[in-house]
Design a binder for this molecule. Structure first.
Ligand code: BGC
Length: 765
């Protein structure tokens, strides 16, 4: 339907009395929206209102066992507010046409999907994106994702995922920005900005959906969907800020978490959804549940579908993803006085407001543009950005005797189950990735080195010895063909190639589906069969470079001791393979730094740099003392600390210069440090600022990240890097949950990672 005709119909529809009370004074633009929606709602029956609260799957990729049935029939009966996992302008137009031509009130649908780290042009997994510490580049990935997804008909993304996680056993650590509150909050803001732009009604924007509210990353024992139980001050200081940052950045929607929080499931948690989110934070968008999270309240033990749907609505949830509990039971609950009409009205209004803000009432087909779909997806420019950011996300963990970069000459033995799989490159949660069109590492290396280097490829080992486990770890088309010959024969083939090579590149680690949803692990090492291959390769005496694929921090203690060079490449997206080649051959100097601590033993988990001191801290330089807080068998140290990552060059830090030894609330000080590139090639360094509150009314972390700057230095070049610190940076939530900066002594640290730092002291007066 043409826009003008639609507007005439919509205008006819909305004429009439409002019948829906407005409480607050609103700006003019909002007044227009309020009036429009009030008039529309005055015409709606309860059933039609409940229809707006229903989010169904489009019958394509889904993320649970439940799939919505009779979607077209439901749309026609006004029982659908939005559809997710339906793409392409043609399909979306078809569904939208039913909504705006065949339903009584012609209310358009909203179309969402998990556009998590890119759309068809896939960028590195979020944990890899965070490792770039490059906010502008991260924002650019969200902008490109929004452009591509909106060109394919979508207007809503279930991203950013901002769950802090300090437990690498949890598979979904791959989907977030890691362990740190400050960094995750900064990333949350730019992601929202990248998706939404400054005007959601533009044709190339997506409404963001912050998830999973809340504390999903703190699942007990790292087991997905498990319980969380947390003190209020930890919640406020460490886990909630990234969600708040995204809300403050204007995110249009928020998704509930599957877990319970201190005994109340998030999806039925009134304190969370209403008191905190609405009243304290002033959130104005709408809340959608996670997949079937309403009906899962039954298994949480809160009652039958009718009871849990009412609980969820009353807690402050507006849209029900897939459970159809809202659609099918809230009418009955209303009649029985278990929910009020005002509660249903409020939910319906918020969903309609989202559609209004997206411009869908003005033009329901705004996002259905075949030309855009043809021209704006997988463009050379997008692919180039994907290649650049992938290379920036890689973290050089070890590089003994500058084994890397490799020369573009001689013979390379490329070995390992991850060496020739394109489908594993995009990583978890890349539902739109063109798996057959993503180069494998073997293809990427060949494309970059041409015939300058001879590459001898062999599998070397299966991904996992246990075939059933390997099957669980290679779902959704992320296949790694299994070789049923004996382990010895498969290794021997690799050794034969290795003998003929100058250097061995071992592509080992996890498959992409070994992290992500419902992919928790108890063992954080590279699968044993791959380690046996690695040991055999090392025995040849040839130099070995480990190209490590992983969606989480792994335990690499043995590898660190035995392998001369380790490059962690996460899952780098559509252009991962050429980007790995760029870094391996030195066309790009690696600069990524890990944003989640790599433990030396799985028993240390949860492990994170911003821990508390305890009353019995271990003295510096010691690894064990009786009656101190430590283990008998391993030191407290991580293998690689938060913020760690090497470069092909080296950097030195001068001493910290403070502008003053103290400042008053309202004032500030500046901390300055000179950073010098002391190596032979140009490189990027992430200069990190941490503080420690030495005396507090609560126990305070031993270090907290407060700022960072990514700089580029030519060989021999120095730069002064300065940070301003004000009382605002030193605030925290005290025992009464007041956000305060407490006067007293502080330590300030500057350096290359959370362990190797220069320090100074200052006072807040
Ligand atoms: C996941 C969400 C996702 C949703 C819709 C759920 O299983 O937890 O992160 O947005 O499915 O696909």
């Amino acid at each position: 339907m043409k826009k003008s005709i639609y507007l005439i119909i919509a205008a006819t529809l909305i004429s009439g009395s409002t019948g829906f009370a407005q409480k607050k004074a609103v700006p003019a633009a909002n007044k227009t929206m309020d009036t429009y929606i009030s008039r529309l709602m005055a015409k709606m029956t309860i059933e039609e209102k409940l229809g707006q609260l229903n989010l169904v799957t489009g019958g394509e990729a889904t993320t649970g066992s439940a799939v919505s049935a009779d979607v077209e029939g439901k749309i026609q009966r006004g029982q659908v507010g939005g559809i997710f996992s339906m793409t392409t302008p043609q399909r979306i137009r078809k569904a939208q046409e039913i909504a705006v031509h065949k339903t009584r009130l012609k209310i358009p649908l909203i179309f969402g999907q998990d556009v998590i780290h890119g759309y068809k042009t896939v960028f590195p997994i979020p944990l890899g994106l965070a490792a770039t510490w490059d906010l502008a580049l991260i924002e650019k990935t969200a902008r490109i994702a929004a452009t591509e997804a909106s060109a394919d008909g979508l207007n809503w993304t279930f991203s950013p995922m901002v769950d802090i996680s300090r437990d690498a056993r949890w598979g979904r650590i791959s989907e977030g920005s890691g362990e740190d509150t400050y960094l995750s909050s900064e990333i949350a803001k730019v992601m929202v900005k990248g998706y939404q732009g400054d005007d959601l009604s533009k044709y190339n924007t997506l409404m963001a959906c912050v998830k999973h509210f809340a504390l999903y990353g703190a699942a007990e024992s790292g087991r997905d969907y498990n319980t969380t139980d947390m003190s209020m001050h930890r919640m406020y200081n460490e886990y909630l800020p990234p969600y708040k940052a995204a809300v403050d950045a204007g995110a249009g929607s928020i998704m509930t978490a599957f877990n319970d929080i201190n005994g109340v499931p998030a999806t039925a948690n009134k304190w969370l959804m209403t008191d905190l989110l609405r009243k304290q934070w002033g959130f104005k968008g709408f809340v959608v549940t996670d997949y079937t999270a309403v009906s899962e309240l039954i298994d949480h033990g809160l009652g039958d579908l009718q009871a849990v749907s009412a609980l969820s609505l009353k807690a402050g949830v507006e849209m029900d993803m897939v459970s159809e509990g809202f659609l099918n039971t809230l009418g009955k609950s209303l009649k029985e006085g278990k929910v009020t009409e005002a509660q249903i009205n409020n939910a319906c209004r918020l969903v309609l407001e989202a559609k209004y803000k997206l411009g869908l009432f003005e033009d329901p087909f705004r996002y259905c543009n075949d030309e855009r779909a043809k021209n704006e997806i997988l463009t050379p420019a997008n692919l180039q950005t994907a290649r650049e950011i992938a290379a920036q996300s890689f973290v050089l963990l070890k590089n003994q005797n500058n084994l890397l970069p490799l020369k573009k000459a001689g013979t390379i033995a490329l070995v390992g189950p991850l060496a020739n799989t394109g489908s594993n490159m995009p990583g978890t949660w890349s539902v739109n990735a063109e798996l057959n069109n993503t180069p494998s590492l073997l293809q990427g290396l060949k494309a970059v080195v041409g015939d300058k280097v001879k590459i001898l490829h062999s599998l070397g080992s299966n991904l996992i010895e246990d075939a059933a486990y390997q099957e669980r770890a290679t779902m959704f088309g992320r296949e790694i063909p299994r070789d049923n010959r004996s382990e010895e024969v498969i290794i021997q083939e690799a050794l034969d190639n290795a003998k003929k090579a100058d250097v061995i590149v071992a592509a080992l680690g996890e498959s992409s589906e070994m992290s992500g949803e419902a992919s928790s692990r108890t063992d954080l090492e590279i699968p044993a069969v791959q380690k046996r291959l690695l040991a055999a390769l090392l025995k040849t005496g040839k130099p070995v470079v480990l190209v490590l694929f992983t969606g989480r921090p792994l335990v690499l203690t043995w590898e660190h001791e035995n392998v001369p060079a380790i490059l962690n490449v996460w899952f780098g997206g559509t252009q991962a393979a050429p980007a790995i080649a760029d870094v391996l051959f030195g066309d790009v100097n690696p600069s990524g730094k890990i944003t989640a601590t790599f433990p030396q033993h799985v028993g240390q988990v949860p492990i994170y740099y911003s821990h508390k001191s305890t009353g019995r801290p271990l003295a510096e330089g010691k690894w064990f003392s009786k009656f101190r807080s430590n283990y008998l068998d391993v030191s407290n140290d991580p293998l690689y600390p938060f913020g760690y990552g090497l470069s092909y060059t080296t950097f030195s830090y001068g001493d910290i210069k403070l502008s003053a030894p103290s400042f008053k609330a309202g004032g500030s000080i500046t901390a300055q440090v000179t950073v010098t590139n002391t190596g032979k090639v140009e490189g990027k360094e992430v200069v990190q600022l941490y503080t420690r509150d030495l005396v507090g009314s609560l126990t305070r972390p031993v270090k907290e990240l407060k700022g960072f700057q990514k700089i580029s230095l030519k060989p021999g070049e120095s730069k002064e890097v300065s940070f301003t610190i004000s009382a605002e940076d030193l605030k925290f939530y005290n025992a009464e949950l007041q956000y305060v900066a407490e006067p007293g002594d502080f330590q300030l640290f500057l350096g290359t990672n959370s362990r190797d730092l220069k320090s100074a002291e200052f006072k807040l007066m």
